[in-house]
Design a protein around this ligand. Structure first.
Ligand code: ADP
Ligand code: MG
Length: 696
């Protein structure tokens, strides 16, 4: 068995290298090694002549011999050089490590195929740490595509470079008797049109043809995503079987009266579609667990409210939970206004609700008199008990963990339906992987008449021009946000920047009121400052990203972001969403230094080019990789996909998900004999080092 074969006993490995392989790339067995895939392939069908190369070329191949070695330099610059030549010229090879062993490894006068990246040093072309292979061993390659393996410095110190890894893999294939056993059953293989595992593994390392390489990649990506989905969906199935759901089959007066009398505008098509999806969900007799995604300003609150009215129409209570007191209060006020005249009992419960008021409120919640309760974490405290809670809406879910969601369930014999709203658009592929246990609805349309926010990138050296435009907006009665990078425990300089910025702003705009908000303030102090801005008493708010989530001041039309290079794309987009909520033209100004990395420039140009949160989220995923996306850290999913790429393999993921669903619908416990292989593989993956299967 491949997984039982210790990598240490592979000829040429031994304890020292095995130790490095384990520590650096978690390769312990032959199997681990076979699942350590090349990260790219290089065309090795072409062999250059020395005369043809220059210092700007990527990795290239040469064929030639070494003339002589020389050890030169002192200390860290100590190195060994060799002259490598063919019939058209010669170049220098350089090694900074393994000086003693190099001349023994590569003999003078023998013919080698060299692989490396030419560079110019002191006006001459050289190749540092080239890979050299005897010509005969290179020719066993059947085509030019050669896999490159990523290595770390510690690995290279013990001569485990890409070439060495490729040789280890070849050796495993040579020593392994027979065919590598399948990990998927025949039905799946045929439905997904996959090649067999043995062929896939051999071709991912040593592609025989470009087509086979593509098939191999497809097969291995599919398999990886299939098992992630099978795992998540099995957990979901289990929950569904265990947790029945309340049935809301009435659409009654609350909903209809609101729709006919109070709805201040036409719903967007996206809002209608999502309400329909939710309506179907709450009639199935299974508990709803749904993620409602919609860009800032897309009108999620209204959708949430209409769903709460469905609960009321069926005799249930509804709750809306927000991450901060300010947001809870805003929701409370918005919703009360929307429900004006409909005789619905809506109340607010937060950490600062007075004891006296609580003493009235809590019994009313328990008796069922309160129909909609809006609040913060206070809603899930133990002393809050509902008569018959039917729906919980959680706004801006990143602040609430899965554990807290679970706490809500405990309060009922039958758990309430849960609708989680988020304004951080998570690309669909990521959402499926992350929140496999949630269904996803998307509001992908903004209400009509919104003016897109104008986003401008500006160098901070030119900020004085900016102040004049800002003053113009202020004169027209608008309000302005000025945002500084996050204040972290360790970052004293951030606090200094912020307070200096605050003082500076007051000097520049003496005729206006400026308030300041940051994460290190006491909640009461913070709320008081925020309130100044919401009420319009302050026209300028200097803040850190604490304002990122949800604050709604439609009169604010300018967002200035200081040191914008320090913010991620999603974060910038969230910040920008604080403006553009009214009818006026809004602006977002991103201030940066002159020197910017390429990735930062790309981020800024995406921001100035689009307002579409989904495009931004996709780009963010591409630029940063899924592990860094907001929210994934908290979800407990360590991303360790070996070959699939969530930013690119959305289609494979959908197929994998569909097939995993089919399997479980037919055989929920994976008991049928043809599914034994799936059950075993899941078990193995869950036990294995690959912690990423441990979702939920
Ligand atoms: P978010 O999705 O960011 O929570 P909100 O629910 O706060 O968005 O809605 C943003 C604004 O758009 C609110 O003022 C809301 O009243 C308004 N709105 C919501 N739906 C519509 C619609 N269909 N037509 C016009 N305005 C709408
Ligand atoms: Mg909102």
């Amino acid at each position: 068995m491949l997984e039982a074969q210790n990598i240490m006993y592979l000829p040429g490995v031994g304890p020292k290298k095995a130790d490095v392989l384990g520590k650096e790339i978690q390769v312990f067995s032959w199997e681990d090694m076979l699942y350590y895939f090349p990260y790219k392939y290089i065309d090795r069908s072409k062999i250059f002549k020395i005369r043809e190369i220059d210092g700007n070329m990527p990795y290239i191949q040469l064929k030639g011999k070494i003339r002589k070695y020389e050890t030169i330099g002192e200390g860290r610059a100590r190195r060994i050089t060799g002259q490598f030549y063919d019939e058209t010229g010669s170049i220098e090879l350089v090694w900074f490590k393994g000086l003693k062993s190099i001349p023994n490894m590569y003999k003078i006068g023998e013919e080698y195929v060299l692989f490396g990246k030419p560079a110019v040093f002191g006006g001459k072309i050289n190749v540092a740490h080239p890979e050299l292979e005897k010509e005969s061993s290179v020719l066993t390659q059947q085509i030019g595509m050669q896999g490159q393996y990523s290595t770390t410095e510690k690995m290279r110190d013990v001569f485990l470079n890409s070439l060495a890894l490729r040789k280890l893999v070849a050796l495993i294939f040579k020593n392994y008797q027979g065919t590598i056993p399948e990990t998927l059953n025949a039905t799946i293989i045929s439905k997904a049109k996959l090649i067999d595992l043995d062929t896939a593994l051999r071709n991912i390392h040593f592609p025989q043809t470009p087509a086979l390489l593509r098939d191999a990649e497809y097969r291995l990506k599919f398999e990886e995503l299939f098992y992630v989905q099978l795992n998540i969906l099995r957990v979901t199935k289990y929950r569904e079987q265990r947790l029945g759901g309340l049935i809301f089959n009435q659409i009654g007066e609350y909903f209809n009266n609101f729709y006919k009398q109070n709805l201040p505008f036409e719903l967007t098509n996206a809002q209608k579609r999502v309400i329909k999806e939710i309506r179907q969900d709450v009639c199935t007799g299974r508990q709803m667990n749904r993620l409602l995604q919609g860009d800032v300003g897309s009108g999620k609150t209204l959708v949430a409210l209409m769903c709460m009215l469905m609960a009321l129409d069926n005799g249930y209570q509804a709750a809306l939970m927000a991450p901060t007191e300010i947001l809870a209060t805003q929701h409370f006020e918005t919703i009360k206004e929307l429900l004006f005249g409909l005789d619905i009992d809506v109340r607010l419960l937060t950490g600062s609700t007075k004891k006296k008021d609580r003493n009235v409120l809590l019994p009313d919640v328990q008796s069922g008199k309160v129909q909609i309760l809006i609040g913060t974490h206070a809603l899930i405290e133990d002393n809050v008990s509902f008569a018959n809670l039917g729906l919980v809406v959680i706004d801006e879910q990143h602040r609430f963990g899965v554990a807290q969601r679970a706490r809500l369930w405990k309060k009922n014999a039958i758990p309430p339906h849960v609708l989680v709203m988020t304004a951080t658009p998570i690309p669909r592929t990521l959402a499926m992987t992350l929140y496999g246990d949630l269904d996803v609805s998307v509001i992908d349309e903004l209400p009509p008449g919104r003016k897109p926010i104008k986003t401008i990138h500006m160098y901070s050296g030119k900020r004085f021009n900016l102040y004049e435009s800002v003053r113009k907006q202020l004169k027209e009665g608008r309000q302005v946000y000025i945002v500084y990078p996050l204040i972290e425990e360790s970052e004293k300089s951030d606090l200094k920047n912020l307070t200096e910025g605050f003082e500076h702003t007051k000097e520049i705009f003496p005729e206006y009121e400026v308030c300041m908000v940051h994460g290190k303030m006491k909640p009461a102090e913070k709320d008081a400052e925020m309130q100044k801005f919401i009420s319009g008493d302050a026209q300028i708010m200097v803040a850190t990203t604490v304002i990122e989530v949800g604050v709604n001041v439609p009169n604010a039309s300018v967002m200035v972001v200081e040191s914008a290079e320090r913010f991620g794309l999603s974060q910038l987009h969230q910040l920008r969403g604080r403006v553009g909520r009214g009818a006026d033209q809004s602006f977002c100004i991103l201030l940066t230094h002159y020197e910017l990395s390429e990735v930062t420039r790309k981020r800024l140009s995406i921001m100035t080019e689009t307002n579409d949160g989904f495009i931004i989220a996709e780009e963010d995923l591409k630029l940063r990789g899924p592990g860094d996306i907001d929210g994934t850290q908290q979800s407990g999913v360590a991303f360790d996909l070996k070959i699939a790429n969530l930013a690119k393999d959305g289609q494979i993921l959908s197929l994998a998900r569909d097939l995993a669903k089919e399997v479980l619908e037919d055989d929920p416990a994976l008991q049928k004999s043809e599914n034994t292989i799936l059950e075993q593989q899941l078990k193995k993956l869950n036990q294995g080092k690959s912690g990423w299967f441990m979702i939920s």
